[in-house]
Design a protein around this ligand. Structure first.
Ligand code: AGP
Length: 604
């Protein structure tokens, strides 16, 4: 999703704006731009495409400013183009915007009737026009408030005004915005990473806040226009440099980060000395008679794995639904339901709306979230953290396994709280769970074998993924990974569903990837593989040693670690991630920033 940086600096900002925008690349974008105060007026430079295109523009026409704003845009209203790139400009106003203004069409018409002409197709230009209009009769901060009062939708903005040489104004509703405190300099950013190169002293603005920063201070106002203070904290993530190290792509690095990510996550739930597992935040899991999980994309597949575990281990009924459906369907919920939003970013618009809806129904809400300062983390009653660290690749990997780790620990904690475990079982199961990081590391060692499959798979037009039980959501996740980074059409199916339709797709050109470590359902999956093989399908079986002994003739077999079925969704995730990764590399695709995708989808 779009990224924002603003600097009221004591020294030139051009390179620093670019540095920050590069850190925001992971969010996904299709154009970029900067603006700064040059000799008392605001100038801007913009380019379609990658930041290097913007750097070329700046090389030809530098921006010698010490006050400036920058933006990476992921197109919503209007195609990716230089003219639609931010900063957008109207009269004295130059601004950048994340989010969507829902009433922009009405506002645009009303402004046109006042004689205003528009240059771009963006909703953002409407904010600039409106603010410029309001500036005719009021000082900047009052004009900003008057503008915000007319907007419906989600936004984070940063604004420069001609004639106000040491001022950047900002506002947030629905999209996050942080204020960074430097030494004689101040910053605005769409997240802590944006201002990370300059400061780790950060204040998160609240919903509806707006702000004016100069070199020395931030003047923050709440939605009602009252001057307020927002606490300044030292944020570790802001200082940490997110580097690829020796890896070619962030995704590859993040696949390799998974043992640590899972270990750090599990340590928030399990006391390895006592073997006790608990839900963070003092939540008593015994008081719920149902769990409702809401999430999007990969996080929703982690949620589906969570459902198997809550029901099997804790006997706790659990529903899982994609948030974009849940939020609009007026679901029937019971008061003793624990609503859990699962999200890497904690900012996904649909998941956040579903979480807020559950809260409004009076349910206890929890957020399994990786970004602990995110909106979901702050708005949920309780944070169930994952500790994957910053995930930069658009394709989620370590966040997924960390979500599964957290949900597995929570399911065990619910089992213990509901009296479902025999004496000694809690310690036994947590000991097992703590083996996950090592087993994940073993699974990652399949990398060389998996790489050899890539050239053939890269030629496929369609790929099917099959699994049963918790391996079924993993099949869905495998298909999503392949689709999003290699652009090959892929579908995940419950293995038992194959004969109800998808088997018609099978021929010798369709690889079928079966994820089936040996478990009580393994024999049934073998039958499904035989059905595929009988129709000329090419089976790639990802299993363990025992499964390999029973593999059908002709199947290509990848042998992963032997593990308890409770751990299998985590342990068998790296092989399917590596498969998608090497197919994408084989195809020469942009692995970390796949086309059309954003890291955090903060619009509907
Ligand atoms: C994962 O590879 C995807 N890019 C996407 O499905 C993602 O998981 C989804 O948009 C949810 O994001 P969140 O976890 O930040 O809420």
């Amino acid at each position: 999703m779009c990224g924002i940086i603003g600097i009221v600096g004591a020294k030139p900002v051009q390179d620093r704006l670019i540095d920050s925008l590069k850190r925001l690349e992971y969010r996904g974008y299709d154009s970029a731009g900067v603006a700064g105060v040059v000799d008392g007026h605001v100038e801007r430079r913009r380019a379609k495409g990658k930041i290097r295109a913007l750097e070329d523009v700046l090389a030809a026409e530098p921006l010698p400013a010490s006050v400036g704003i920058g933006h990476t845009r992921w197109a919503t209203h209007g195609a990716p183009s230089q003219i639609n790139a931010h900063p957008q400009r109207a009269g004295r106003v130059t601004l950048v915007h994340n989010g969507i203004i829902e009433n922009y069409a009405e506002l645009r018409e009303a402004l046109k009737e006042k004689g205003r002409t528009f240059e771009s197709e963006t909703d953002t230009e409407v904010i600039a026009q409106l603010l410029d209009y309001e500036l005719q009769t009021r000082p900047p901060i009052e004009a900003l408030k008057a503008t915000l009062d007319q907007l419906t939708g989600a936004y984070a903005i940063a604004v420069l005004i001609d004639g106000e040489d040491e001022l950047i104004m900002g506002a947030r509703r629905g999209s996050p915005l942080v204020v960074g405190y430097g030494d004689g300099e101040m910053f605005l950013g769409s997240d802590a990473l944006a201002v990370g190169p300059f400061t780790n002293q950060i204040a998160y603005l609240d919903e509806g806040d707006y702000v004016a920063i100069d070199r020395k201070a931030a003047h923050v106002f709440d939605e009602a226009g009252r001057a307020v203070q927002r606490p300044v904290r030292t944020v570790a993530a802001a200082a940490a440099l997110v580097e690829k190290g020796n890896y070619r792509h962030f995704m590859e690095k993040e696949i390799h980060d998974q043992p640590d990510a899972c270990q750090h996550t599990l340590s928030a739930y399990i006391n390895p000395t006592t073997g006790h597992v608990h839900a963070p935040g003092g939540v008593d899991l015994a008081r719920f008679d149902r769990v409702q999980i809401v999430a999007c994309g990969t996080a929703s597949y982690a949620g589906q794995i969570g459902r198997y575990l809550f029901e099997k281990l804790a006997g706790l009924p659990c529903d899982v639904e994609v948030a974009s459906e849940f939020r609009y369907r007026q679901p029937a919920v019971t008061p003793a339901t624990l609503a859990i939003a699962v999200s890497q970013s904690g900012e996904t618009a649909d998941t956040l709306a579903a979480l807020r809806w559950c809260k409004a129904q009076g349910l206890t809400t929890a957020a399994v979230v990786n970004v602990h300062e995110s909106t979901m983390a702050r708005e949920a009653d309780v944070l169930f953290p994952t500790h994957a660290g910053p995930e930069i690749g658009v394709a989620s990997t370590k966040a997924f396994t960390s979500q599964v780790a957290a949900l597995t620990a929570l399911a065990l904690a619910a089992a213990a709280a509901r009296g479902r475990l025999k004496p000694g079982e809690e310690a036994h199961d947590t000991r097992l769970l703590l083996e996950a990081p090592r087993l994940i590391a073993e699974a990652i060692q399949l990398e060389d074998q998996i790489r050899t499959l890539a050239p053939e798979l890269a030629k496929a037009r369609d790929v099917l993924y099959l699994g049963r039980g918790p391996m079924y959501p993993l099949a869905l996740e495998g298909a999503l990974k392949l689709k999003e980074i290699s652009y090959i059409h892929a579908e995940g199916y419950a293995a038992g569903e194959l004969k109800h339709g998808p088997i018609a797709l099978i021929d010798e050109t369709t690889p079928v990837i079966v994820i089936a470590p040996s478990d009580p359902l393994f024999d049934k999956t073998i039958s499904n593989m035989s059905e595929v093989a009988a129709r000329g399908g090419r089976v790639i079986l990802i299993t363990d040693e025992e499964g390999a002994r029973n593999a059908p003739a002709g199947a290509r077999v990848i042998v992963g670690p032997t593990c308890d079925p409770m751990l299998a969704p985590m342990v068998y995730a790296p092989p399917i991630q590596l498969l998608a990764y090497y197919v994408a590399v084989q195809k020469g695709a942009d692995v970390d920033q796949p086309r059309n995708l954003a890291k955090s989808v903060t619009v509907e």
